[in-house]
Design a protein around this ligand. Structure first.
Ligand code: URA
Length: 210
């Protein structure tokens, strides 16, 4: 089964992403733009959340009004750059539960190593959205989703800013059941596992480290 990929071609997302890619973009602008794109991506990722009708009273009359149904969404940030997407997503889903997965890439093997995991205990019935800006080799994203599944999640989506074709391939080889939402699919990876043309190291650009 080939996994679903949603590349969100909305003009506002594309414009903001181009601003983020420019190497002259400051840390504060990069952070603000990532938050804005996260809100727009969040809008797409949550498009199929179920609704239920409940009675309310407007100043004029009673009505059956739609509200989000079911248990609260869980957002899982893949540290550390995932926190940039998390900020925007929690703005549009303020009631979301939040978890964190800490993975670092072994610089030699490019394989992910877990150093932190904390998430809500009852994830089975919830929509879980794993966020990480860069789907590069796909190894850490696949490992993060594996960890979230091990913790009980059954309904998972993965949201990122940029994806490399190689990363999508690897990710969906492990998780064909998890749809990927991305603002763009770039050309390829370089020999160090960076996305080209990309935007550099998302964590460094977001936090001003280098
Ligand atoms: N992680 C990043 O921050 N940037 C890339 O291009 C690839 C992985």
């Amino acid at each position: 089964m080939a996994g679903e990929v949603h590349s969100i071609a909305h003009p506002l997302i594309q414009h903001k992403l181009s601003l983020m890619r420019r190497k002259s973009t400051s840390t504060s602008n990069f952070r603000a733009l990532l938050q804005e794109i996260a809100m727009l991506l969040g809008y797409e990722v949550t498009r199929d959340l179920p609704l239920e009708k409940r009675e309310i009273e407007t100043p004029l009359m009673k009505m059956q009004a739609p509200f989000l149904a079911g248990k609260k969404v869980v957002l899982i940030s893949v540290l550390r750059a995932g926190n940039g997407l998390l900020d925007g997503m929690t703005k549009i889903i303020p009631s979301a539960r939040v978890g964190h997965v800490g993975m670092y890439r072994d610089p030699k093997t490019l394989e992910p190593v877990e150093y932190y995991f904390r998430a809500p205990s009852d994830m089975a019935d919830r929509q879980v959205i794993v966020v990480d800006p860069m789907l590069a080799t796909g190894n850490s994203a696949a490992a993060a989703v594996e960890r979230v599944k091990k913790a009980g999640a059954e309904h998972i989506k993965f949201a990122c800013l940029l994806a490399a074709p190689e990363g999508i391939e690897v990710f969906h080889r492990h998780h064909p059941d998890v749809p990927v939402f991305t603002a763009a699919i770039d050309e390829c990876l370089n020999e160090k596992g960076y996305i080209l043309p990309g935007l550099g190291d998302a964590g460094d650009r977001l936090f001003g480290t280098k």
